[in-house]
Write a protein of this length. Structure first.
Length: 363
């Protein structure tokens, strides 16, 4: 229920615009269009199998080599239909589309690009586990705005530090929209009564220290030595070099993992491994890792590939994959340090000569 102290998403965006007198309303229109797409997805997801008559047929295998679920297809359509008409965008890119989506002839074009994962964690749908949507807003290059040519893949290949906004929607017990427009991270809860997103989590901050980590432990045999070292030290708990116990989490939904870390701290690892040499990571850089990374850093955390700051990585492809580590700053910095340190022995060497010793590490 709306209370006098609640700020709607529309009011929040107007307040942000007032701080920039020269700003036009097209950016606000874009964010509100994204929020409307998220409302539509939330409604359909909440109906579950009751939404059968509204759902399209299952899709084909997408560009990622993954079988599209009906809600994947519908979610992608919602984003396109609700965001392309407003005059804010020069083009869109999605996990579900091999090439960028150009704004149709006859519709006005704007100065922004939208990259999105319309439905993150769709493998969890049948188990009724939280799923979400992720989005990133970039400026279209000047040459696109100065010409009539359609937007192309190269126009999206901007490092994450060039984002002007990013966010995600989480479809769980309640529907939340978490957003940054460059001045911190703010969470909005969808009011079922009003159909409006209301500000409920202002200025979200990630604690610097944590005793919780998230990783898919079934990939242990494929991890690189620095990741294995970090996880083993966490599992050793109070009796190990860290001197404290850790809890391990794994939801298999990037949005849900991110929200947990934003609300109570932690570190998430989906690192590069040797499981598939053709894929230098599992998550997609442009529309998964970069927007999540933008939010994490706006909330005081740190995001990395394990080897370098993620938001400085120059993309080379629309669907490029990458390793991702993010969360509480001190833990991410430790993982980066382990990657930078020379390894004392090969990963499968004699345990006596691994990167452990009789001496406790200084924590």
């Amino acid at each position: 229920m709306l209370q006098p102290h609640h700020t709607t998403l529309t009011q929040f965006l107007i307040e942000q615009r007032r701080r920039h007198p020269g700003a036009r309303g097209d950016f606000n229109g874009l964010i509100l269009a994204v929020s409307l797409a998220c409302k539509a997805i939330a409604r359909t997801a909440a109906l579950g199998r009751l939404a059968g008559q509204e759902m399209p047929a299952a899709g084909d295998v997408n560009v990622q080599g993954e079988q599209q679920k009906p809600l994947d297809v519908l979610s992608n359509d919602w984003f396109i239909r609700l965001c392309e008409w407003g005059g804010s965008l020069a083009g869109m890119a999605s996990e579900e589309m091999e090439q960028p989506h150009a704004i149709p002839a006859g519709l006005p074009r704007g100065k922004y690009l939208l990259a999105f994962d319309p439905l993150d964690g769709s493998s969890n749908i049948d188990a009724n586990v939280s799923i979400g949507s992720i989005f990133s807003v970039l400026r279209a290059p000047p040459q696109v705005m100065a010409s009539e040519r359609e937007v192309g893949e190269a126009d999206f290949l901007q490092p994450g530090c060039e984002q002007v906004a990013a966010g995600y929607a989480l479809y769980g017990p309640s529907t939340l929209l978490v957003l940054s427009v460059g001045n911190g991270v703010h969470g909005f809860t969808l009011s079922p009564d009003l159909g409006e997103f209301l500000l409920t989590h202002p200025d979200m901050r990630i604690p610097e220290e944590t005793q919780e980590f998230a990783i898919n432990a079934s990939n242990n045999r494929f991890w690189e030595a620095p990741v294995r070292r970090y996880v083993e030290e966490c599992l050793a708990g109070r009796t190990g070099v860290r001197g404290k116990d850790f809890n391990m989490r794994w939801i298999a939904s990037l949005v849900a993992e991110t929200h947990r870390i934003l609300t109570r701290g932690g570190v998430f690892l989906y690192p590069r491994d040797t499981k598939d040499a053709s894929k230098p990571g599992r998550l997609r850089l442009l529309y998964e890792a970069n927007p999540i990374g933008y939010l994490i850093e706006q909330a005081g955390g740190r995001v990395s590939t394990g080897r370098e700051p993620l938001l400085k990585v120059q993309p080379t492809g629309l669907h490029q994959r990458i390793g991702l580590v993010f969360g509480s700053r001190s833990e991410v910095e430790r993982i980066e340090r382990y990657h930078a340190e020379p390894q004392a022995a090969p990963e499968d060497g004699i345990p006596l000569f691994h990167a452990r010793s009789l001496f406790r590490e200084t924590v």
